[in-house]
Design a protein around this ligand. Sequence first.
Ligand code: E4P
Length: 216
Amino acid sequence: MQFFVDSTEISDIKEALALGLCDGVTTNPSLIAKSGRSLKPVIQEIAGLAEGPVLAEVTGSTADTIIAEGREMAAWAENVVVKIPVTIEGLKAIRVLESEGVATGTTLVFSPSQGLLAAKAGTRYVIPFLGRLDDISAAGIGLAVQIQEILSNYGFDAEVLAASVRNPGHVTACALSGVPIVTAPLNVYKQMAGHPLTDIGIQRFLADWESAKAEL
Ligand code: E4P
């Protein structure tokens, strides 16, 4: 299972790399805006650090503008993957870019049919948004599982990259269902390490050791 880091924070990406939890990085226009920097230098810096794919999202809405943006982004670094929203124009652009050898991910996927169209267009990553579906009381994990089943039924090369992953439960649900890639902020992966009984256990062991130590 691959863990991508959903962030433009360089310190988070470095820490995730040190933890062995950075198989790739995802960004989106909101995260770029939050960084206060321009898209190109952020993506180039991250692409130089990360060993895996770095997804940079287009903002154009016509196939021509998306293709132009995608070609430009792909030239920034070898590991840049162009992230494209699943619209009709986006699907046209994905076909063209993939035919030119530019790797794409299809984002803002909220239904199995959108996922199927993305795979048919030849995208590398189909990106369902779990948390945003949960936000409207729909089961995000169900969508990821359904898309996974569709891809496997027909042997598509595309992989599910589960996004909008907001908590350890999302990651575990993906792991139990065989979803190959998740992307989440670093703090979600750190939360996975925590358990109250682990903390209590450490405190008890240390207390027992401190009281026994004097008599040894
Ligand atoms: C990453 O590719 C997505 O843009 C991101 O996971 C969205 O997460 P959010 O729904 O928490 O904003």
